[in-house]
Ligand binder design. Structure first.
Ligand code: CU
Length: 455
């Protein structure tokens, strides 16, 4: 091997070893703590307050829930009720949003117009319909103007609706892990605001490069959530493919093998991983560039996967999962929305306007199935998200997309457009809610709009 080839091959490993060795001892991977529903109800108090937490082995003063950088994973069954008391011990307003849940946006349910003042408390009651899609969702604050800061501090956790693999007897009992991706910027022992991606620590469940152990041939379900505020995560696992089961909490019609998973801010991927031969492999996020008006940041090793021990016979993975209705052909109306921003990036718009909670931007009748064209007229990426429902992506920059299932986050290319079909058919979503860019710094700078679904 010539020297140049040797250097090229050695580079990625050297980079990862530096970042891994620059900090404390390697940690064993741990799942977040769990709070599960009992007898149809999940009850919990979440206190938002400043606390010194461990972020990848470093102490940092951060605004967090219940004193932890990674708050508990909430596990519920379809039909359960979530009863949450949110106590605000911060100096800013906050509130609570259950991202991806198709639940009521009214009253003290998943209502982002409700703000909890400093020193105040709010009781939330969120009824998960019996027909709710099983999968990985998440919770985070959604008080306009504070969302980015609070999520960057660590206020985000997982919410799982049980039953994703129940219809598949061979798969339903595979071991599972929750991997929450968060990025922190720490200065003088505090979480500090810096440019997006600048000097950032990227963690899994708050740990820096933890070690996950599998046996050769073992199959696991990994529920991966990008629960940070603004970064993209293009994920790969050396020597492995991911077998994609669900996107954003929505099971796909077939198991999709992927070398890379791209998780924009707010996105989730639930994948089967089948361990290769004994050895050590890295779960990596590649560097990313969000465009000429955006940000450019390096990649990182997120976790080390150690495959060791007695080999297991790999489970034969199915090709098809369960049918998912294709919404093409059912469209009742069309509209276009436009993402744009000021040259300096300080103010961002949907359809030329910044967010006004008192204004209703879009009105839809319950039962509509709409095709939305989402156009990005700016020089950086945005990712579109709508509350209370989901959508089918049909086109990206004019290229038809193969139908595999639904999602609730879609990346919108720089000076490009995507087409999605959004069902407004579930009566539980009647009311007023929002759609926005899920880079939360963009949302806080105005890139959010309101929608009302009427009976
Ligand atoms: Cu954006």
């Amino acid at each position: 091997m010539n020297l140049r080839a040797a250097v090229l091959m050695a580079l990625p490993l050297a980079t990862s070893d530096v970042s891994a060795a620059g900090h404390a001892r390697p940690e064993m991977f741990r799942d977040p703590a769990v709070v599960a529903s009992r007898d149809g109800a999940l009850e919990l108090t979440l206190t938002a307050a400043l606390a010194t937490v461990d972020v990848g082995g470093q102490p940092a003063l951060a605004a967090v829930y219940n004193g932890s950088y990674v708050p508990p994973t909430l596990r519920v069954r379809p039909g359960d009720v979530v009863r949450l008391r949110l106590v605000n011990a911060l100096d800013d307003a906050t509130n609570l949003h259950t991202h991806g849940l198709a639940v009521s946006p009214l009253g003290n349910s998943d209502n982002v117009f409700l703000h909890v003042a400093p020193g105040g408390a709010q009781y939330y009651e969120i009824r998960v319909p019996p027909s709710h899609a099983p999968g990985l969702y998440w919770y985070h604050p959604h008080a306009h103007g504070h969302s980015d800061d609070q999520v960057r501090n660590g206020m985000s956790g997982a919410l799982i609706v049980e039953g994703l693999l129940d219809p598949f007897p061979r798969l339903r009992d595979v071991p599972e892990h929750v991997l929450l991706l968060k990025d922190a910027q720490i200065g003088n022992g505090h979480i500090v605001p810096r440019g997006i991606g600048d000097d950032v620590i990227r963690t899994v469940n708050g740990m820096l490069n933890p070690t996950i152990t599998l046996r050769p041939g073992e199959t696991q379900l990994w529920r991966i959530g990008n629960v940070g505020a603004d970064l993209y995560y293009p994920l790969t696992l050396d020597g492995h493919r991911f077998y994609e089961v669900a996107r954003d909490g929505h099971r796909l019609a077939r198991l999709v093998p992927r070398k890379e998973l791209l998780l924009p801010p707010g996105a989730r991927e639930e994948v089967l991983v089948q361990a290769a031969a004994a050895g050590t492999y890295r779960l990596r996020t590649a560097g990313f560039n969000t465009g000429p008006q955006g940000n450019h940041y390096p990649g990182a090793v997120l976790a080390t996967v150690r495959v060791a021990g007695a080999a297991l016979t790999p489970i034969a993975l199915p090709d098809k999962l369960l049918p998912v209705p294709d919404l093409r052909g059912a469209v009742t109306g069309r509209r276009t929305i436009v993402f744009s921003e000021m040259e300096n990036g300080d103010t961002l718009f949907i359809d030329g306007r910044t967010f006004d909670p008192g204004r209703t931007d879009t009105r839809v009748k319950l039962g509509a199935i709409e095709e939305w064209t989402i156009r990005n007229e700016s020089g950086e990426l945005h990712d579109f998200h709508i509350h209370q429902t989901h959508f089918q992506v049909t086109e990206v920059n004019g290229a038809p997309q193969r139908f595999e299932g639904y999602q609730d986050i879609v990346n919108v290319p720089v000076r490009g457009e995507v087409k999605v079909i959004i069902p407004f058919t579930d009566p539980v979503i009647v009311g007023r809610f929002v759609y926005h860019c899920h880079l939360l710094s963009h949302e806080d700078k105005g890139m959010m709009a309101t929608i009302e679904v009427t009976p």
